[in-house]
Structures are given as structure tokens and as C-alpha cells.
Design a protein around this ligand. Structure first.
Ligand SMILES: [Zn+2]
Length: 151
């Protein structure tokens, strides 16, 4: 089994939050569905498990957001190289109404506006997220893995 690739985390913020994102600063996040594009060139499954877990030291930018958001699931593009992460973030930001609430989040080592994208109007359910994945042109996504809401 390929254990590397690009992934999209689906996260849901139940209410508006003002959050400090490490050294990046403080940002306002409206309630709703968010997508985060990342990649792991090894130990992809373990990376996704880490994103899912709440008990951990806050290390990456996304950890600060994840601490307040519900984990809805993840879509995986197996075998995609690290550059695919940026392509994915750009495609997500072209969704209707999408915008980047925290410029630079997840994009310390690339020139993207950010890798966490707010997707207004997207419902936090598997059907809506499944359709959204089909609009990401990045090879074939592996079956969405959904975890219990409220994790
Ligand atoms: Zn990027």
C-alpha cells in the first residue's frame, strides 16, 4: 500500500473563532467547512492519524485551527508529490466563494496564499465533500475516510 501522497483534511468550525496560529498571528475564522491541503512523502497514514488526534503538542499551523475544529474526514491522493499539495490548495481556493482566512497558514515553504481554505456554502456531510473532491483535479482520490463527528 502506498503510504505517501497529498491529502485534503475536511474540518468543520461550529462557531466563529478568533485564533492565534502560532507565530503567524491572530485571525478570525467564520463558522463552516474548511479544507486543508497537505502532503506526506512518507508515513501518510500516521500523519492523518495525527491530524485526527486532539492530544498533541501544537506544532504545525494547522494544529492550532484543528484544536477548535471538528475533523470531518480526509481525501487522499496516493503517490502525489509534494507540489501536488500546492496545486490542490489553489484548486480549492477557486471554489465558489472560497477564501483564505489566514494568509500563510500551511504555506511557510511555498508561495501559496495559504493551504487552509474556507468553503462557504459547503455542508459538512459526506455527499457534499465527496462532490467537492471530484472537482479537485489531482489524480484519483482514494475513498474518503470519515470519522465520527465530534472527535
Ligand atoms: Zn503551497
Amino acid at each position: 500500500m502506498i503510504n505517501s501522497g497529498v491529502y485534503v483534511l475536511w474540518l468543520y468550525l461550529p462557531q466563529e473563532e478568533r485564533l492565534r496560529v502560532g507565530k503567524l498571528g491572530v485571525f478570525s475564522f467564520p463558522p463552516g467547512v474548511y479544507a486543508y491541503a497537505g502532503s506526506a512523502q512518507r508515513n501518510l497514514r500516521q500523519r492523518l492519524d495525527r491530524h485526527r488526534r486532539l492530544e498533541k503538542r501544537l506544532h504545525w499551523h494547522i494544529d492550532f485551527f484543528r484544536a477548535r475544529a471538528q475533523f470531518l474526514g480526509a481525501a487522499v491522493f496516493p503517490g502525489q508529490p509534494k507540489e501536488g499539495e500546492c496545486r490542490c490548495a489553489r484548486q480549492l481556493s477557486r471554489f465558489t466563494g472560497a477564501y483564505i482566512p489566514a494568509p500563510g497558514l500551511g504555506a511557510s515553504d511555498c508561495s501559496c496564499a495559504g493551504h487552509l481554505v474556507y468553503l462557504p456554502g459547503l455542508e459538512p456531510n459526506s455527499i457534499a465533500l465527496g462532490h467537492a473532491v471530484h472537482d479537485i483535479e489531482l489524480g484519483t482520490a482514494e475513498a474518503l475516510t470519515f470519522f465520527d463527528a465530534g472527535d
